[in-house]
Design a protein around this ligand. Sequence first.
Ligand code: FAD
Ligand code: SF4
Length: 488
Amino acid sequence: MSKNTISPRDAQWREDLRKSMTAKERTSIPRAKMNELDPQYRVTCNEEVNQGLSAEQAQLESRRCLDCPDPQCMQGCPVSINIPGFIKNIERGEIGQAALVLKETSALPAVCGRVCPQERQCESKCIYNKMKKEPVAIGYLERFAADYLQHSTDAPQPAVEAPNGMKVAVAGSGPAGLSFAGDMIKKGYEVTVYEALHEIGGVLKYGIPEFRLPNSVVDIEINSLKEMGVKFIKNCVIGKTISYDDLLNEGYDAMFIASGAGLPRFMGIPGENLIGVMSSNEYLTRINLMGAGKPGWATPVLTGKRVAVIGGGNTAMDSVRTARRMGASDAMIIYRRSLEEMPARVEEVHHAQQEGVRFMTLHNPIEFLGDENGRVRAMRLQKMELGEPDESGRRSPVAIPGAIEEVEADVVIVSVGVSPNPLIPNSIDGLEITRRGTIAVNDSTLQSSMPLLYAGGDIVRGGATVILAMGDGRRAAAAMDEMLKSRK
Ligand code: FAD
Ligand code: SF4
């Protein structure tokens, strides 16, 4: 079964389910509320904030779905998950089947159920919006079914084809690399993933904090790839430890580049070199990957009572919420537009607010001020107002002349975007690079200017999302498979 095609048997049980309740009965059920830890408690620890739905809640929520003949929710999903297909399996109590429907198109549903911006994707297209009701909680249900699969011992495993004698390399073990590896191993290739860091998982491990995405959830997915036969080589930087030519000499037939966008951007304003000013990447990597702040770990990280995070994306929310957990009593978001334009997931903004984060919207730093020891002590903030929409469609921030205020801060975390890591692009002669430093690829096949090299995820898109990176991994696997088999 793929996309929204349903087998006759499915059609029968779905028809029976449909008749078991009227649409009026279904639409009168209120949307499930996610169980979450109390804000006072959760800022004292790293435990996962969202606790998931209970089986009863998930069952009830699944009944809200109307199993629309033309499900618009699927149009909103970048990998076209068969949304009513998996939800109706939950309704009939076949949770394992629901998870398998998810696995058909999404390599990491337990991850996506936690971090995808559903309110801007599938849920924003749900028919309930037209009825002025809250959409079906597709993300909560996705997490529920995927977690069941992660913890079930008798869940059916995906089929792996017999070895086809070809081997492929993957540069980077984030969501793009992992989903590519999963598809290629199933197609019978020998797959080796090279990772520069000492942990597998990319941003899922070093960026997104434990309180939002526990490492154990990511590890279950990685272990299932290992069980299928994917090999992982850590601490190996392609373009430094080993070159692309070395890989060709080792007999690889092709390579997928999924090296992400890990190069932090700064604002270029005075004071950015002061002690205590750092990028989100540095801050989160020290804490999430290198154990800073945990008993028994030697990694240092600067902490403070007044921590200012500059930016309004997911990375900024993760940083500011981490700062609260690291003891900041005044953790602030400094953002030059208003709450409405913030790119972060609505849930993350809401959780940050619950946790006591101060939102200084319509403020833009123009200078960081230091003390006599060269450590940051304050910021000069330009007050802004909203002007006309810019090319992104969001109203652009305009400085209010003369409206400048000074705000004290003892740590500043800059979270204003990332650029592609230039190492791989610069180390392969003949690889076409765009002006933004991303790898140029064919839009549908993700093949680069070099026929044996494909690329996807943030190294092609710049900073994007987990689901888009995974979707790229899958598309590249399908196209590379076709290319390699056609050469045989
Ligand atoms: P990455 O996840 O960046 O993985 C790339 C991997 O390649 C890394 O492990 C890196 O070490 C490795 N690598 C780099 N160079 C080399 C080399 N030369 N050799 C070998 N390995 C190399 N998206 C969402 O959808 N929802 C969210 O809530 C969300 N929150 C986020 C929070 C943070 C803090 C950050 C930073 C990002 C967030 N994102 C979120 C964005 C999302 O995580 C990324 O879009 C996604 O991880 C990109 O996947 P990727 O596989 O392309 O790259
Ligand atoms: Fe169910 Fe909403 Fe999708 Fe219709 S649009 S199938 S109600 S989730």
